[in-house]
Design a binder for this molecule. Structure first.
Ligand code: NAI
Length: 459
């Protein structure tokens, strides 16, 4: 039950996703009086419609690939069938255990939790049905949702990731519109489950936000897996009937499949929330902030996907914690997009942090980079994966970017972000040992090479 707070809260948080609940938990730890308002389920997109359920699907996909490829390792195995309802039960089991845990955390903390639809009515108030909550600070954390293109209606056989996550059949064929993060992750899942997959991407390469060599390597790996990439291809329209969809492209060609997955980005959730009543300026629905997550209105902050920039759950957590500490007067270090680690969980996995080589050159002038091929890495050979680690440094300066591709390389992002986040020099990293045989050694080898003393690589 909410505590009696006649003089109002210190913090009102609107939205219980990654950004919002992290802010509420940290606020409570710091002794602030905090109310958290959520209209759906605690955990938001990440837990219920994003990171967790998709990664569960990707794990099931990996199990299928392992079974299918067993003979390569002398283990004669095969995939008899994919039981999608059972896959979904496994996926939902993971989600519901984490949801219970999160509900337990929030109820054990001194947070007043209000289920329901909140509407901002002024810079210090949120209306919730007949109740008006008052707070000295508002934190807007209403998140994002899948968006579509003008005139492209979602429904029937035209899906967003929301519908794709609950599809209880394995499609025979899928067209994926958008070769960004969501597009390549779902393409990877569908292919592993046996569907034929074509990705349509408007820009000249898949995962266009990544280093160009990573895009090339992914396209090559996907081609080997039988995934077709139509890059530089612009969507013109789609028709559907009871058996499938026909997509037309601007070059006049058409593609047919059972389903179309639309993965062209995520837009803000801010309409009808009353932000304008508080005088909060929005930009195409997003809420711009400064580095301290302040909106244009004093005392009103925004965090997570609602703030233009990388839409990642861990950015939301960090924003939420930052704002709680800021309100508590701890003057925390700002959370900047530049060094936020990114992992794309398709097969092969992509992991990166910091600047691409081109961005580093623009920022630092001359740079040095080293690409260590996983062909020289024992554990990668054991797993049978191809890929590389590229480390970019300023000349005689710190490491400013690390870019990796290959099976399981997402797990290497922890060290990569410490190196980049702490402005380490390759010479600082080179003496640190990397256990053998691990894929982690590839990171060590790249730093050894950049420090001028390569081991399992040519100088
Ligand atoms: P995205 O921005 O990563 O990719 C969308 C892609 O669609 C772009 O490559 C764009 O060029 C393409 N596109 C746009 N209009 C098009 C058109 N008319 N025809 C063809 N292609 C077109 O957005 P996505 O993949 O929907 O993901 C949304 C957000 O969710 C991203 O910020 C992503 O980082 C985040 N996310 C992160 C994950 C992770 O960290 N593993 C997993 C899934 C999503």
């Amino acid at each position: 039950m909410p505590a009696d707070v006649p003089d109002g809260y210190d913090v009102l948080v609107l939205g219980g996703g990654s950004g919002g609940y992290a802010c509420a938990l940290r606020s409570a730890q710091l002794g602030l009086r905090v109310a958290l308002i959520e209209r759906d389920k605690l955990g938001g997109t990440c837990l219920h419609r994003g990171c967790i359920p998709t990664k569960a699907l990707l794990h099931a996909a990996e199990v299928a690939d392992t079974a299918r490829d067993g003979a390569r390792f002398g283990v004669n195995s095969s995939v008899a069938s994919i039981d999608m309802p059972a896959v979904l039960r496994y996926q939902q089991g993971v989600v519901s255990r984490l949801h219970k845990g999160l509900q337990g955390l929030v109820s054990a903390a001194t947070i007043d939790y209000f289920p329901g639809v909140g509407e901002v009515t002024s810079p210090t108030t949120i209306r919730l049905g007949d109740t008006t909550l008052t707070g000295r600070n508002l934190v807007l954390a209403t998140g994002s949702r899948a968006r579509s293109l003008p005139g492209l209606e979602i429904g029937g056989r035209v899906l967003t990731s929301d519908e794709a996550l609950t599809l209880d059949v394995v499609p025979g064929s899928v067209i994926v519109l958008g070769g960004g993060v969501i597009g390549v992750e779902f393409a990877s899942v569908f292919r592993s489950f046996g569907a034929s997959v074509t990705i349509v991407e408007a820009l000249p390469r898949l995962v266009p936000a990544e280093e160009e060599s990573i895009s090339k390597a992914l396209e090559r790996a996907f081609r080997k897996r039988g995934i077709v990439s139509r890059t530089g291809a612009r969507f013109a329209g789609v028709t559907q009937d009871e058996s499938g969809v026909t997509v037309s492209l601007e070059d006049g060609s058409t593609l047919s499949a059972e389903f179309l997955l639309v993965a062209v980005g995520r837009g803000p959730v801010s309409e009808g929330m009353g932000f304008e009543s508080a005088g909060v300026v929005t930009d195409r629905g997003f809420v711009p902030t400064d580095d301290r997550r302040r909106t244009n209105v004093p005392g009103v902050y925004a965090v997570g996907d609602l703030v233009p920039g990388l839409q990642l759950a861990h950015r939301g957590f960090a924003h939420g914690i930052f704002v709680a500490e800021e309100i508590a007067g701890l003057a925390p270090e700002p959370v900047l997009d530049r060094n936020i680690p990114k992992v794309t969980y398709c097969d092969p996995e992509i992991a990166s942090v910091g600047l691409t080589e081109a961005a580093a050159r623009a920022a630092y002038g001359e740079v040095r980079s080293y690409e260590y091929n996983l062909g020289g890495n024992g554990k990668s050979q054991i797993l049978g994966t191809a890929g590389f680690v590229t480390v970019v440094r300023a000349v005689d300066g710190p490491v400013v970017g690390i870019h990796m591709i290959g099976a399981r390389m997402g797990e290497q992002i922890g060290e990569a972000q410490l190196v980049v986040g702490w402005d380490a020099m390759p010479e600082d990293v080179a003496p640190l040992l990397h256990a053998h045989p691990t894929q982690n050694e590839a990171l060590g080898e790249a730093h050894l090479a950049l420090a001028g003393k390569p081991l399992h690589a040519h100088a």
